[in-house]
Design a protein around this ligand. Structure first.
Ligand SMILES: NC(=O)c1ccc[n+]([C@@H]2O[C@H](COP(=O)([O-])OP(=O)(O)OC[C@H]3O[C@@H](n4cnc5c(N)ncnc54)[C@H](OP(=O)(O)O)[C@@H]3O)[C@@H](O)[C@H]2O)c1
Length: 311
């Protein structure tokens, strides 16, 4: 089916969380779908310059609150394909169950649900202290009970949404990655790749329904090896400093991160130290046909934000 036929038969594709705050998966998905000639309804929380940019790129921009059922009904009505994702926040489970109730009511062909890779190791007897991770685990179950045509996206830690904001400043200021990750290995994924997977699924969901896609980068390695990829990309020595978790928590509180997010990040660090982020999955390449972005490639692309490359 051509893109135009798709556009006419299925209505616009709804993308929630489209303004983008940290990882900005939704914003990237909007761009990729528009590039494919598909009609997109981009849901944002407020009118601002990000909403204006989405509109001028060609999206139909709708304003609403994912915690307000009537708003969710208004934005989802007329859409048969939906990407659901929003910021790490205490109301996540409520928002995803609201989306499930609404999409059952309006009837959709595909609901692509953003989750987290940690869920794949969770069970009733083995959850984690992060309320965010527990909410993703419960959301996945609620969506399974809903009978909706769901596609589950489980990325590991984001390069854009974690490494760029949280180690960018120290790499810029003192060429050091300062994290309480111990000797644990990690394999971060680029949200540009995550968005490519989501857009590929939304463009033609039939073959993906019911599937769970786990997404990592191309290499699981300890933080010393990650620092070497930074060094190669920036042509200057970047080192890893394994800081005490309490120091990191103090630093997160100093920049006034919300309590829910701080607690989630502290859990991520604890799981990293325990080797739980030592994962390797190939769904980026399987779904998109392209290799996942490496740390070195990512840092090269964002060299200025990490303090620049030495010539
Ligand atoms: N960061 C990571 O390392 C990582 C790893 C794996 C999975 N994930 C998952 O990825 C998701 C986050 O994706 P992301 O980083 O692409 O998101 P993001 O950039 O933080 O953007 C999410 C958007 O959701 C909007 N939003 C928040 N609450 C809303 C509400 N009540 N109603 C309407 N819109 C609302 C925000 O709007 P405003 O900007 O206007 O506030 C924001 O633009 C979460 O599910 C997280 O668990 C993250």
């Amino acid at each position: 089916m051509s893109a135009n036929e798709n556009k006419n038969q299925n209505g616009p594709i709804l993308v929630t969380g489209a303004a983008g705050q940290l990882g900005a998966v939704g914003r990237n998905v909007v761009g990729l779908l528009l590039d494919r000639g598909l009609a997109v309804r981009a849901m944002v929380r407020r009118e601002d310059e990000r909403a204006a940019a989405l509109r001028s790129a060609g999206a139909e921009v709708v304003v609403g609150d994912l915690l307000e059922p009537a708003d969710v009904y208004r934005v989802a009505n007329g859409c048969q394909r939906v990407y659901f994702g929003m910021s790490v926040s205490p109301g996540y489970l409520e928002a995803s169950v609201t989306m499930a109730a609404v999409t059952r009511e309006v009837g959709v062909n595909a609901l692509v649900n953003m989750s987290q890779m940690t869920v794949s190791q969770m069970s009733i007897q083995n959850t984690t202290p992060s309320r965010q991770q527990r909410q993703h685990w419960l959301s996945e179950q609620a969506l399974a009970w809903s009978g909706l045509p769901v596609v589950t996206i489980r990325p590991t830690v984001f390069l854009e949404g974690f490494f760029l904001p949280l180690v960018g400043p120290t790499v810029r200021d003192r060429s050091r990655i300062e994290l309480p990750f111990g000797q644990g290995k990690t394999n971060p994924v680029s949200t540009a790749d995550v968005a490519q997977v989501v857009a590929t699924v939304l463009a033609d969901p039939a073959a993906h329904l019911g599937r769970v896609y786990e997404l990592t980068g191309p290499r699981s390695q300890d933080m010393q090896a990650v620092a070497r990829e930074f060094s190669d990309a920036l042509n200057r020595e970047v080192t890893y400093s394994d800081i005490p978790p309490e120091d990191w928590e103090r630093a997160l509180k100093r920049v006034r991160l919300p309590e829910h997010l701080t607690h989630h990040l502290m859990t991520m660090a604890e799981l990293n130290r325990a080797g739980r982020y030592d994962r390797m999955a190939d769904a980026v390449e399987r779904v998109t046909g392209r290799k996942a972005t490496s740390v070195r490639e990512f840092v090269s692309l964002h060299a200025n934000e990490f303090g620049g490359r030495r010539s």
